[in-house]
Write a protein that binds this ligand. Structure first.
Ligand code: SF4
Length: 353
């Protein structure tokens, strides 16, 4: 199809989304993550980061249908939080977060058994970027979920109980949060599920305040210290703000680090003429750039999330037209026992946040 044909097809799809959304009226709520493309975001009733979307989903008591435009763990989370009579739908169930898939429940359970041998109080904390069975694991073991917005609060809550923390699956968020809380590298023990030579030194295990899982986000680990040098050389006075899924080296060289909500906020509140290089997902950076024409906003490097991009306007349309036709394409289901335990971990997070 040529460019004009594609443009025409896109316009037709958007028109049909608009019509279906109007026909579904108050029965429908569309939630979209910040990393979704503009053609999805424009139809969302709520746009936000993981924490904001979890909170928004929990408040939608009147909607019959919640359509979640993001990767699968976020749609699962909405299913866990929302009322049983509400339908939660995900336009592309194959849009999965590779970071979330780096921790399988069997491996986490096996590591947990070895940690118990340290003979100390350990509370598991799972990053929101995880599958429902891991959230359920935390629920069963007195643990919590955290997001990049509230990781410091959640970690502090664990330490205030005199416990050490087992955090998975994102090592970088764990290390960056540990540094902010003044925890030394020597107090951290890494668990690498793919390695046969994990550190099991009893002395280190006993002293450890944190046990981290060796997982990472491929979008955020693209950013390098040399990217920061490059933008600082090129734009005088530019400030660099990155997401805490970036490596600790990148975070420590940046001017600020924080969740997507933090990044949006700090740029929006800065004065006209300020210059920003942003180290997070490209769709989001471009939206901030377009929303702040009085500032210079550049991506620290162009790094997009191909999984988030699997949710397309065509797939959103298929869900909405399915609902009008009394079908439920992309219906999200989570086993009751998993949902119950995961909800306990999410509830603890929302209480701490
Ligand atoms: S940006 Fe990273 S953490 Fe977020 S969904 Fe994509 S792969 Fe997962």
């Amino acid at each position: 199809m040529n460019a004009a044909g594609m443009q025409q097809e896109r316009a037709g799809t958007l028109k049909r989304i608009e019509a279906a959304k109007k026909a579904l009226g108050k029965d429908l709520i569309i939630l979209a993550h910040f990393y979704q493309e503009d053609d999805i975001v424009q139809y969302a009733d709520f746009v936000g980061d993981s924490l904001q979307l979890a909170q928004a989903a929990s408040m939608q008591k009147d909607a019959r249908y919640i359509v979640f435009c993001a990767v699968s763990f976020m749609a699962e989370m909405a299913r866990i939080i929302c009322l049983p009579e509400q339908e939660v739908l995900h336009p592309e169930p194959d849009a999965r977060c590779p970071l979330a898939d780096m921790a399988a429940i069997e491996k986490v359970e096996a590591v947990w058994e070895t940690l118990k041998a340290a003979g100390k109080k350990i509370i598991p904390v799972v990053y929101v970027n995880s599958n429902a069975d891991l959230k359920a694991f935390c629920g069963r073991h007195g643990g919590l979920v955290c997001t990049s917005s509230n990781a410091e609060k959640v970690f502090s809550h664990v330490f205030s109980q005199g416990a050490s923390l087992f955090f998975f699956p994102d090592e970088n968020l764990g290390r960056n949060t540990a540094r902010r809380l003044g925890i030394k590298d020597s107090e951290i023990v890494l668990r690498d599920p793919s390695s046969r030579s994990d550190d099991t030194d009893r002395g280190r295990m006993e002293k450890a305040r944190m046990f981290l899982w060796k997982g990472y986000c491929y979008v955020h680990t693209e950013f390098l210290p040399s990217d920061i040098m490059r933008v600082k050389d090129r734009y005088e006075g530019i400030r660099v703000v990155v997401h805490p899924e970036c490596t600790p080296e990148v975070v420590s060289l940046s001017d600020y680090a924080g969740s997507t909500a933090f990044i949006k906020d700090i740029v929006e509140k800065s004065g006209p003429g300020t210059k920003w290089a942003i180290g997070t997902e490209l769709n989001f950076v471009n939206r901030i750039k377009n929303g702040n024409p009085d500032k210079l906003v550049v991506p620290l490097r162009e790094s997009g999330c191909s999984e988030m991009s699997k949710v397309t306007p065509q797939k959103l349309l298929a869900v909405l037209e399915g609902l009008l036709d009394n079908r439920y394409p992309g219906r999200v289901a989570v086993e009751d026992s998993v949902a119950k335990d995961a909800k306990a971990a999410l509830k603890r997070m929302l209480e701490v946040s």
